[in-house]
Write a protein of this length. Structure first.
Length: 149
């Protein structure tokens, strides 16, 4: 089995709102975000501006932190880490009602396509958080060998 030092699994909860600034979300949820932004702030180097306030909490695990484990082995670790981090604020998020949009995103960068298994407690967490669940998968394609080399 090869080592996958570049594999990375990130799971994050993004909350966006026209009405509630990140400072208000932080106060209501009782947790500091990992990232946040205000309406009108620059959106990276694209020249675009954010149209909503944003608040994100995330859990990231990397192969180099876990002995070269593959993304398939990292997915359950990321799911558990995220669950532990977010479970404590689920009721507060639900209390925000329709004043916010919620996105839960599982982002995977891997050498091989990993398996993803969600147990009952994690599915319940997703249901309690509401919003949408997205999976973004990027598989690294090895360079083609040079012909005639």
């Amino acid at each position: 089995m090869g080592e996958n030092y570049d594999d990375r699994v990130t799971l994050y909860l993004a909350i966006e709102s026209l009405e509630l600034a990140p400072s208000i979300l932080t106060e209501r949820l009782g947790m500091l975000p990992d990232r946040e932004w205000l309406i009108g702030e620059a959106r990276g180097r694209t020249g675009k501006r954010w149209e909503r306030h944003g608040w994100i909490v995330e859990a990231t695990v990397r192969s180099d932190e876990y002995g070269g484990q593959s993304a398939s082995q990292l997915v359950p670790i990321a799911l558990e880490t995220f669950h532990e981090k977010v479970a404590q604020i689920t009721k507060a998020i639900s209390a925000l009602g329709s004043s916010v949009e919620r996105y839960i995103v599982l982002s995977i960068l891997a050498d091989d396509v990993p398996g993803i298994e969600l147990d009952h407690s994690f599915l319940q967490l997703l249901a309690d958080l509401g919003g949408t669940f997205q999976v973004d998968l990027s598989v690294q394609v090895p360079a083609s060998p040079t012909i005639g080399a």
